[in-house]
Design a protein around this ligand. Structure first.
Ligand SMILES: Nc1nc2c(ncn2[C@@H]2O[C@H](COP(=O)(O)OP(=O)(O)OP(=O)(O)O)[C@@H](O)[C@H]2O)c(=O)[nH]1
Ligand SMILES: [Mg+2]
Length: 808
């Protein structure tokens, strides 16, 4: 853990003050996102710096970490080796330790359930029952056999994973907590050193139930809060492990990434590697802190084509990258181990560090991976061509014998050559320099860069406010004169706002978007239809007949036509009453809403402020309501007057109406008394219905809505214009009114300005204080060139002058 320099001890406080000042200016708030600065600040002050090693599985991540730390800490092997995230942090020499964190029972159960589902095992899981577990184990075994081995298919891999999970759970049962992630120190396991803990963790079944391993390890590279994080491969065959790797890449705690790429053995990037590079780019916590390591470089020594493809790839995609390394983790790591920890007596490690892999089985020794690669290096890599080492590998000797003989002849210098060729030294030097010298200043420089544009915005903003206030009059008379100057402009503006508002309001109705209006008009339609129904149902032939005979005192009978005539007048007039009634209420409600909306408008308050009244706006609107109602009453009368005429095609040959008419005439012509006509009542109603329904429908669906729209538009828009004019005409009233209130307003405004000036002074002072303190810190870090801008006295004095000239 590190202490910040004393000059930087209030770094967070200062940065937060700037951010607070910025957030305090509502007009700026949306211009810039401060989260990037907050992340950069966290990185600069965080006691920890996590460097994540990411890449495809078997790329050599774990081996590379071992090589960096010069000790065999992490498990490295062919196939999927790392399944748990491993954190390696600093410890003093005598305080090395490991903390093991287990998955909880609940997490394990979820994992078991998921895999069971994938494998279509439907039994409800009960991992606490030994019978269930052994049954599941058998199932998995069967699947693996069916598939032809552990790694033979996705299904086999899943079964193998599940088997290890169940085994791990059973074996570590008493260590696993139901809900929590239990943690254990290495003493609780009776491990005497890190290596023992590591070897416990590497066992597949243990690794399956371990969530996390924390090694506290003594190494200078880890000082200053550096934490190396080893992850499973991004393409690990166990889905949960791969997901874990990706999650860590996106984690805001991740500060830098070492991308261990496999391109040296494949000649190109795998899809997952490209995806990894993209994910790294999208994490704001990482920025440009990425190291690209092409590991397994030794493979290109034996394959010219591969070497060419790698070079092409680097040219194409990594040309601008300065942090690019080519390494052989394997040769580098073991090169050191053999050089520093072995000698001729243990046959250069064959009897010590490699003893386990040599395992003399029935006479023949196995060849450790390093030994083959070492021999290969000596014989085929071409690396020794221009060197003093005259090394020969004999086909008639076993690899181990060759290895022992060559090292006996050439010893340490050859190992040093090997280490140099492995590129590990270079990588270690670079990463050490970065972590111990460059990292912290860079974190501060990044923070300063991110702050810079925020500071410039804030500084300009303050200067703008300051000069604006400076240019305002400070005397009441001057302030009054200024306000009166503005009056004409303000009256004009208010009028414009009013017209614009009313135009917009009317337009909403015209394009059928005023919901309230639509609702009211729907009611009008419904009323017309229901009234017509009612009239048709209750129409009395007897009354009509009696009306007809009454108008002709000399006659005792009346023709069907006379009854129909009475009926037409009656229906038309009744419908007219309804249309008038509904139109009136439609307009009244509309005008009420309009008035409410006008009262809400800010120009309405401005009119009051300028004139002391509403400039007769409300009276105008009331008058307008009457005009609108009158206009629509007249339109309604015209519309319904036309109902008195039959439909133009009512008597057309072949229509149902003429047929119905003839039927009715025939029926009523049976006699001359009232009875025969009364008997035809249903037929007559039917006839009326045939004529009136289309007429009413045309009114409500076609004609009348357009009439209403036209009326509103023709009356309201000119009225709004006229009203705007009227307001402008009232300049003299406004002037005398304003003069009364201005005295007070001007005094208030001057006081207000003085308060604002005080405020801005305070803000500028706070700003400068924070910036000065930050600059002191930056200087202490050797970052003078990243200084942030202060607001100088002179800058405040010059600006108002300029503004005054330009506004005159
Ligand atoms: N030839 C060669 N082999 C290497 C190199 N680095 C590592 N290996 C071998 O590659 C295998 C995988 O190495 P690991 O360190 O386990 O790789 P990893 O990236 O940690 O793999 P996972 O943890 O499974 O994702 C091991 O057998 C190593 O010995 C190298 O530079 N050259
Ligand atoms: Mg690994």
């Amino acid at each position: 853990m590190t202490e910040l320099l004393p000059q930087c001890s209030n770094l967070a406080g200062n940065v937060n003050s700037i951010i607070e000042l910025f957030k305090g200016e509502s007009s700026l708030r949306n211009q810039q996102d401060t989260s990037k600065i907050e992340i950069a600040l966290q990185k600069a002050i965080s006691p920890k710096f996590e460097i994540v090693f990411a890449g495809a599985f078997s790329a050599g991540k774990s081996m590379l970490i071992n090589a960096l730390l010069e000790r065999e800490l992490l498990y490295s092997a062919e196939g999927h080796a790392t399944g748990t995230e491993c954190y390696i942090e600093y410890a003093e020499a005598d305080e090395e330790r490991v903390v093991l964190t287990f998955l909880s029972e609940a997490e394990i159960r979820t994992l078991v359930d998921t895999v069971c589902q994938n494998l279509q095992l439907t039994n409800p899981s009960n991992i606490n029952s030994p019978e269930y577990c052994s049954q599941l184990n058998q199932y998995c075994q069967k699947i693996i056999e069916q598939e032809g081995g552990e790694g033979k298919s996705e299904r086999a891999k899943q079964a193998q994973g599940l088997k290890l999970l169940i085994e791990g759970f059973t074996q570590n049962r008493e260590r696993i907590h139901t809900l929590h992630n239990a943690t254990y120190s290495m003493e609780q396991f009776h491990f005497s050193n890190l290596a023992e803990a590591a070897s416990f963790a590497r066992r597949g079944s243990n690794s399956a139930v371990l969530k996390r391993l924390e090694y506290y390890c003594h190494h200078p590279l880890l000082k200053d809060g550096n934490v190396l994080v080893d992850l499973p491969g991004i393409d690990a065959p166990v889905k949960k492990d791969a997901a874990l790797a990706y999650r860590k890449i996106e984690d805001p705690d991740t500060s830098a990434v070492v991308c261990v790429l496999k391109a040296a053995s494949a000649g190109e990037l795998a899809t997952e590697e490209t995806e990894l590079l993209e994910k790294i780019r999208s994490n704001a916590g990482i920025r440009d802190r990425v190291f690209y390591v092409f590991n397994r470089i030794d493979e290109t020594w034996y394959a010219a084509q591969l070497k060419q493809r790698l070079e092409n790839l680097i040219q194409r995609q990594f040309r601008d990258t300065s942090r690019l390394y080519k390494t052989s983790g394997l040769l580098g790591f073991y090169g050191y181990q053999v050089k520093n920890q072995t000698n001729i007596n243990q046959r250069y490690g064959l009897d010590s560090i490699f003893a386990e892999s040599v395992k003399n089985l029935g006479g023949e020794e196995e060849t450790p991976q390093f030994v083959s690669e070492f021999n290969n290096y000596c014989a085929n890599s071409g690396k020794l061509l221009a060197t003093p080492f005259k090394v020969s590998i004999h086909g008639y000797e076993t690899p181990n014998k060759n290895y022992f003989r060559v090292l006996s002849e050439w010893g340490t210098p050859l190992l040093e050559q090997l280490i140099a060729d492995s590129g590990i030294e270079e990588f270690r030097t670079a990463i050490t320099r970065y972590l111990t010298e460059e990292k912290r200043p860079q974190l501060f420089a990044n923070l300063a860069d991110d702050l810079q544009s925020l500071c410039i915005t804030l500084k300009n903003h303050y200067q703008g406010i300051y000069s604006d206030l400076e240019s305002q009059p400070r005397e009441i008379e001057a302030m009054k004169a200024l306000e009166l100057n503005h009056l004409n402009q303000e009256l004009k503006e208010v009028g414009e706002k009013l017209t614009k508002h009313i135009d917009g309001y009317v337009n909403t109705v015209v394009v059928n978007s005023d919901e309230n209006f639509e609702e009211d008009f729907k009611k009008l339609k419904a009323r017309m239809v229901s009234r017509l129904d009612e009239l048709l149902n209750t129409f009395s032939v007897k009354n009509a007949y009696s009306q007809a005979t009454l108008t002709h005192p000399r006659n005792a009978t009346a023709p069907l036509l006379a009854v129909l005539v009475e009926a037409f007048y009656y229906l038309s007039n009744q419908l007219e009453d309804v249309l008038i009634e509904e139109s009136t209420s439609l307009i009244s409600r509309f005008c009420q809403r309009l008035l409410d909306a006008v009262r809400q408008g800010d120009y309405y308050r401005q009119i009051y402020r300028l004139l002391g009244n509403d400039g007769h706006l409300e009276i105008q609107l009331k008058q307008l309501e009457l005009q609108l109602i009158n206009a629509l009453i007249s339109e309604a009368k015209t519309e319904c007057d036309r109902y008195v005429r039959e439909n133009h095609n009512f008597y057309n040959e072949g229509t149902f109406s003429i047929f119905q008419f003839r039927q009715t005439v025939q029926q009523t012509a049976q006699g001359y008394d009232c009875e025969s006509i009364l008997a035809a009542e249903p037929a007559i109603r039917q006839l009326l219905k045939l004529d009136f329904e289309p007429k009413v429908s045309a009114t409500i669906h076609k004609n009348f809505r357009q009439t209403v729209n036209n009326t509103l538009k023709n009356q309201l828009i000119p009225m709004a214009k006229k009203q705007a004019d009227t307001i402008l005409q009232q300049f003299n009233q406004a002037r005398s009114y304003l003069e009364q209130t201005l005295e007070q307003e001007a005094a208030e405004k001057i006081a207000n300005n003085a308060r604002k000036q005080e405020e801005i002074h305070q803000k500028i002072e706070d700003y400068n204080q924070a910036i000065n303190s930050l600059n002191t810190c930056l200087t202490a870090m050797g970052l003078q060139k990243n200084h942030l801008p202060v607001i100088g006295e002179q800058e405040l004095e010059i600006v108002p002058e300029v503004v005054n000239h330009s506004s005159n």
